[in-house]
Design a protein around this ligand. Structure first.
Ligand code: GLY
Length: 427
C-alpha cells in the first residue's frame, strides 16, 4: 500500500516511523516531509495548505491512504475534497473539524449535549471583553476562537495580564483572523491530560493517555507553546477516572456529533482538566497531538496502517491495539526564544550518536545541508525514550539529549514531574 502523510513535524516523523513498520505499507510519501524523515519517506514539495495539488498528487501516484498531521488542512476541508475525488483519506470532514477550528462551536456542542467544560463568554470586540475583565475572579483564561498553533491561550493571573492578552489578540491581531472572536473562560484547577481516541463514528478506540507540558519553562512557567514534552502512561489517573474520560467525554462527544448530524471520523483529541467534578473539556483537537503522538506511537503495539485504514472503511471494530506497559517520555528540544522570535541555522551535533534501542529521535525544525544538520524551526527535535518506569524513561531521554548539541538549545528538564510528585506523595 502507498501512504501519503501530510505535514513536516516530529509528530509526522513519528507517524511515518510507525507506518514503516506496517506489513501492508510498501511506500510512504510525505508532503512536504522533512530531511529528518527522508530515509523513511519520499518527500514531496507540497505544503499542507495546497489541497488541490495534494489531491492531484494522490490521484497520480495512486495513493491508497492519505493521513493528515496538522489541523489546518482538515479545517480547510481536505477530507471533503479527497472524498469528492474518490480518494481514501483519514480524518474528519470540514464540518466536523470545526470542533477544533472554532472554540465557540465546540462550546455549543458541549453545552447542548451535557459534556462538562468550563464556564465561558464569547466576545467579538475588545471593549466589552475588557469591561468584563473588571468583574472577574483571577486567574482567568483568554482563548482565541480559531487556530493559533497552540499559542492562542493565555492563563492570566491578573486583570492587567488578561487585558494585555485581549489587546494582543483583538487590537494587535497577533493571531490574525483566529483572534477575531475571543473566549474568556473560567480557570479550572486540576491535572491536565491529553485523551485521544480514534473513531469511525461508531466504534471508539481510546489511545493511551498522555500529559503535555505546554508552558515553555520548568515548573510550568512562562508562555504557552505547542508543547514541550509528554509522557505516558499517567499513573496518577485512576482506572475510575480513565473510565469517566472514555464514557463522559470521548463516547459522549462522538454521540453528540452524530446527534448534531456532523458525524466525526478520525482522531478525537480532548484536552481535559481532571477536576473534582470529573473530567472537563478544555479544548478539542481533530488530529493527533504534537508531542503526544511521539509518546503514544512509541507505546502502540499493532499495525498503525490497519487502524487508520479500518477507520476510513468504518470497520474499526475489526482491529485491536495493545500498549507497551513501559513508560515513555518525550522531550522537545527547541530554539531559544520559542514560542516568540528565535534564531535558526545553528549546527546540530551528535545526531549520529548511538542512542540505544529504547530511544527515537524525531525531527521537527531541522535541515540537512552537505551532510550536516542545522536548526530550522522553533521546536527542533523530539527525543523519545521508553523505560521500565518513568524515572528510567526520563533518564534515558535526558542521557540521549546530553549527546546532542546546538547553540541556544532549550528544553524542559522536568518532563513527567506531576506523575513523580504524585508517586512521591503516595510513598
Ligand atoms: N500538544 C498539544 C497539541 O497538539 O495541540
Amino acid at each position: 500500500m502507498k501512504v501519503l502523510v501530510i505535514g513536516s513535524g516530529a509528530r509526522e516523523h513519528a507517524m511515518v516511523w510507525k507506518l514503516r513498520q506496517s506489513r501492508h505499507v510498501t511506500q510512504i510519501y510525505a508532503a512536504p516531509g522533512s530531511d529528518g524523515m527522508a530515509s523513511l519517506a519520499e518527500c514531496v514539495p507540497l505544503k499542507p495548505t495546497q489541497l488541490r495539488e495534494l489531491a492531484d498528487f494522490a490521484r497520480e501516484r495512486k495513493i491508497d491512504l492519505t493521513v493528515v498531521g496538522p489541523e489546518d488542512p482538515l479545517v480547510d476541508g481536505i477530507v471533503d475534497l479527497f472524498q469528492r475525488r474518490g480518494l481514501r483519506i483519514y480524518g474528519p470532514t470540514q464540518k466536523a473539524a470545526r470542533l477544533e477550528g472554532s472554540k465557540a462551536f465546540a462550546k455549543e456542542i458541549m453545552s447542548r449535549n451535557g459534556i462538562q467544560t468550563g464556564g465561558h463568554k464569547v466576545y467579538e470586540s475588545a471593549q466589552p471583553a475588557l469591561e468584563y475583565l473588571g468583574n472577574c475572579d483571577y486567574p482567568i483564561v483568554i482563548k482565541a476562537d480559531g487556530l493559533a498553533a497552540g499559542k492562542g491561550v493565555t492563563v492570566a493571573k491578573t486583570q492587567e495580564q488578561a487585558e494585555a492578552a485581549v489587546r494582543e489578540a483583538m487590537v494587535a491581531k497577533r493571531f490574525g483572523a483566529a483572534g477575531r472572536k475571543l473566549l474568556i473562560e473560567d480557570f479550572l484547577q486540576g491535572e491536565e491530560v491529553s485523551a485521544h481516541a480514534i473513531t469511525d463514528g461508531h466504534t471508539i478506540l481510546p489511545l493511551c493517555l498522555a500529559q503535555d507540558h505546554k508552558a515553555v519553562g520548568d515548573g510550568d512557567t512562562g508562555e504557552n507553546t505547542g508543547g514541550m514534552g509528554t509522557y505516558s502512561p499517567l499513573p496518577q489517573v485512576s482506572d475510575e477516572h480513565l473510565a469517566a474520560i472514555e464514557r463522559d467525554v470521548l463516547v459522549q462527544t462522538v454521540h453528540a456529533m452524530n446527534r448534531e448530524d456532523v458525524p466525526f471520523k478520525g482522531t478525537l483529541f480532548a484536552g481535559l482538566m481532571m477536576t473534582r467534578q470529573g473530567p472537563k473539556v478544555l479544548e478539542y483537537n481533530v488530529r493527533f497531538g504534537d508531542p503526544e503522538t511521539q509518546s503514544i506511537l512509541m507505546r502502540m503495539k499493532g499495525d498503525f496502517y490497519e487502524v487508520l485504514s479500518a477507520t476510513v472503511d468504518g470497520k474499526l471494530d475489526t482491529v485491536e491495539v495493545d500498549w507497551d506497559p513501559r513508560a515513555v517520555v518525550t522531550v522537545v528540544l527547541a530554539s531559544g526564544g520559542y514560542p516568540r522570535e528565535f534564531e535558526k541555522g545553528y549546527k546540530i551535533r551528535g545526531l549520529d550518536s548511538d542512542f540505544g534501542p529504547d530511544v527515537q529521535v524525531f525531527h521537527a525544525g531541522t535541515k540537512r545541508v552537505d551532510g550536516q544538520w542545522y536548526t530550522n524551526g522553533g521546536r527542533v527535535l523530539s527525543v523519545v525514550a521508553a523505560g521500565a518506569d518513568l524515572p528510567d524513561a526520563r533518564r534515558k531521554a535526558y542521557d540521549a539529549i546530553a549527546k546532542i548539541q546546538y547553540d541556544r538549545m532549550v528544553f524542559r528538564k522536568d518532563i513527567g514531574w506531576r506523575a513523580l510528585k504524585a508517586q512521591e506523595g503516595r510513598k
